[in-house]
Design a protein around this ligand. Sequence first.
Ligand code: SF4
Length: 468
Amino acid sequence: MKINLITLGCPKNIVDSEFIKGGLKTCGVEFVNEAKGAEAVIINTCGFIESAKEESIDTILQAVQLKKLGKIKNVYVTGCLSERYGTELRQEIPEVDGFYGNRDMHKIVAGLAQQLRLKYELVGEHPARAGLTPKHYAYLKISEGCEHPCTFCAIPGIRGNFRSTPIPDLVAQTERLAAHDVKELILVAQDTTQYGLDLNGKQQLPELLRALCRVDGIEWIRLMYAYPYHVQTAMLEVIAEEPKIVKYIDMPIQHISSRLLKRMARRVDRAFTENLLAQMRASIPELALRTSVIVGFPGETDEDFHELLDFVAEGNFERLGVFTYSPEENTPAWGLPNQIAEEIKRERYDLLMQTQQQVAAEWSAKQVGRRLPVLIDEYDAAAQAYRGRTAWDCPEIDHNVLLRALPPAKKSTAALVGAFCEVEVVAAQDYDLIAVPTRRPHSYSSPAPVQERGGIKYLLYQGQPVES
Ligand code: SF4
């Protein structure tokens, strides 16, 4: 049986899709990249803001259309949108054969398998996992759910109470990923810093990070979605001390105006945030900070917005994501007065992005002449060059390094994807860097292995000669 699995939304949803894919693969399902030729389409949806909901509904309707035309037999919907609006969706789109939420992956896979008339065996804590990201990196979901009171956010209602996965389970998952050649592990959750609090009343992120650093084969560990209120000194110490943990933290601050932070119920104010940022930078040399902010929250005045704009212009963040506020039902901010017009939100968004572009360009220019390790992500045929990332860049959302002067991709060099390469940065282009290798690509923790054949030295990567 061939199935087309479509994943929308964030990395946490990617992990869920990987369990759906892995679980159904154990029943003999083959996954294909297009609906064409597939028997069924599964759409793992996102539903936390308006644009995400629209995208999810459009995708479901397109699949339903294919079903009506007889091109596919079944359509199934999983994930956040159906968790949030299951009842409404069942009524509005009855052509969908099954709606599932996002709470228990074993149950979801078992339900899908039953509907598809497949035999699924519940083995272990989770279904088997089959990767959807490039082989060399993977997301590790360390906890699920959120109980914070942020007034704009629908996630607690969608993903449920906060619950952490115990350390031994996460280490076992990481060992399995490392055995499949994953080199970079990206820790995700709704709030990674709260990790463990529900297990024994103590935040255990430092212990978890230390345990993950001991897994052989994992070379970079990256922390996403830190929550300012929960950042601990012990966590910063571990990040500073452990060489495998990249000096990069994603910590959404949402705003800098104390007035707005209070309306958002973020439990911190400007002074707290500034002190925390100073402590983070003092504890971790060469830290790259990524944040995300919301513009157009109800009651955001020009003054509030300019406070945020100035804060970003000061270069407080190497990386930045901006969202326009989306009013969400069943959130406290839904009914707040002084909602902001969409065109003002858009103007604020554009202004903030332009400002950050300048900050990023200055940061990139400062890297010219430096020697840095880069993880090679792909071969860009149009640019005829490999693309990679520095340790200060998360896949998909951050910057790229274009690697000149490596041999073009062909069979023998395809193995360069997923290799580490030391480079010298020779130029900067806005967000991105241009670099040339100073050493041949290698496995990060061990020097590049070399094999001599007929008096010629070949560099080996994953057992293959890649360059003489
Ligand atoms: S911490 Fe994040 S997921 Fe939790 S309520 Fe706040 S914004 Fe939403």
